[in-house]
Design a binder for this molecule. Structure first.
Ligand SMILES: *Cc1c(COP(=O)(O)O)cnc(C)c1O
Length: 417
């Protein structure tokens, strides 16, 4: 046995080199993936800490292992901060990520074979809201609702009609590729009319919600799930808010229903992110995300790009490229070569297949974390237009990549050195 404990670069140069490459990639490119962000150095320190060594199945003061003096305090602090920040009656911070948080909702409220409703994946919903390839579409009878053909917005009349016809146990409201504000009160009314549990999934928008930049479903929905790593800018993780009456069911569903020991290093990092989100500067940050998205959208529109729903209310823009000579996949790959990282995405009623659809999804949470403002958004829109107009041109790609790396060097990203 040796106690020699070398640094990563010495013990595993292969992985160290790959991490260094990723660090450089995140530093030198423009990250427009709507679900990504830059967690702060403080968040990363907590998530890389010795808390990863500790087993703590159960909840504070009701654990199955000894030695919880520190872990209980960490989890209680994370919960207390999130309750204050979101105004919630109950919080569970143990879900390993957004998808397991959603599974806990099913386990808490449904039996296999029950009917559930959510926004269909092709219309901007998430896999875990009942999509056919997800276990949530296999183990439950899924009734997806969609968006209107005329304006690509969620059609609340359709939601009501489907809910009345199918009487679901759970109705999901929450999206992964939808640029508009969600009307949680309208969903609440429908859930009340059919006696359904209303579950809001704010994975993308939780940072905007806690900053007051998007309406909050807390106090309206029975249960609210979220990731912690998108606009909330924490570590990769999940959380569930609920009314007091559902607290026991949610906690039992997460543990022992679905998971074993919580990832305590993540819980600590969520507490750090919550502390950051409680600072006045986070409100400024969240407002800037939305201003940047609007600015980026306006310049893209002025250059002839069609935005699904005609614009955005949040951090996200869905570009419909049907009127352009480039598909979503070709566009995303050309932009990536130029240093602008996005993802191809279906648009509502997409005539093309999901693996090479007509849309491009972008978001402004990560670029805003670097302090980039509306002037840089205009530059980004210009670069995107140049690349998408000549996606095969290596000279355009190279020139844009050079300009981008120069601009990136002026805007250091949190957590990246
Ligand atoms: C990202 C996302 C999730 C899943 O989160 P993971 O952490 O990737 O499991 C769930 N719901 C919505 C709406 C999302 O956007």
């Amino acid at each position: 046995m040796t106690t020699f404990d070398p640094k990563l670069a010495e013990s595993d140069p292969d992985i160290a080199k790959l991490i260094a490459h990723e660090n450089r990639r995140e530093r030198d490119s423009i990250r427009l993936i709507a679900s990504e962000n830059y967690a702060s150095r403080a968040v990363m320190e907590a998530s890389g800490s010795c808390l990863t060594n500790k087993y703590s199945e159960g909840y504070a003061h009701k654990r199955y292992y000894e030695g919880q003096q520190v872990i209980d305090a960490v989890e209680e602090l994370a919960i207390a901060r999130l309750k204050t920040l979101f105004g919630a009656e109950h919080v569970n911070v143990q879900p390993y990520s957004g998808s397991p948080a959603n599974l806990a909702v099913y386990l808490a409220f449904c039996n296999a074979g029950d009917t559930i409703m959510g926004l269909g994946l092709p219309a901007g919903g998430h896999l875990t809201h009942g999509h056919s390839v997800s276990m949530t579409g296999k183990y439950f009878k899924s009734v997806p609702y969609g968006v209107r053909r005329s304006d690509s917005r969620i059609d609340m009349d359709e939601v009501r009609a489907l809910a009345k016809e199918h009487r679901p146990k759970v109705i999901w409201c929450g999206t992964t590729a939808y640029p508009r504000t969600l009307d949680f009160n309208a969903f609440r009314e429908i859930a009340n009319e059919v006696g359904a549990i209303l579950a809001a999934d704010i994975a993308h928008i939780s940072g905007l919600v806690c900053a007051g930049v998007h309406p909050s479903p807390i106090g309206i929905a029975d249960v609210v799930t979220s990731t912690t790593h998108k606009t909330f800018r924490g570590p990769r993780g999940g959380m569930i808010f609920s009314k007091k009456e559902h607290a026991a069911a949610i906690d039992r569903a997460v543990f022992p229903g679905l998971q074993g020991g919580p990832h305590n290093q993540t819980t600590a990092a969520i507490a750090v992110a919550a502390h950051e989100a409680m600072q006045p500067s986070f409100k400024t940050y969240a407002r800037a995300i939305v201003e940047n998205a609007k600015a980026l959208g306006e310049v893209l529109t002025s250059r002839g790009y069609n935005l699904v729903t005609g614009g955005t209310d949040n951090h996200l823009i869905l570009i419909d490229l049907t009127n352009k000579s480039v598909t979503g996949k070709v566009a995303a790959q050309a932009l990536d070569r130029a240093g602008i990282v996005t993802n191809y995405n279906s648009v509502p009623f997409d005539p093309r297949k999901p693996f090479d659809p007509s849309g491009l999804r972008i978001g402004t949470a990560a670029v805003t974390s670097r302090g980039m403002g509306v002037d840089v958004m205009a530059q980004i829109a210009g670069w995107m237009d140049e690349v998408l107009t000549a996606p095969e041109s290596e000279s355009v790609v190279t020139r844009v990549a050079n300009e981008i790396s120069k601009v990136c060097s002026k805007y250091p990203a949190p957590g990246i050195y």
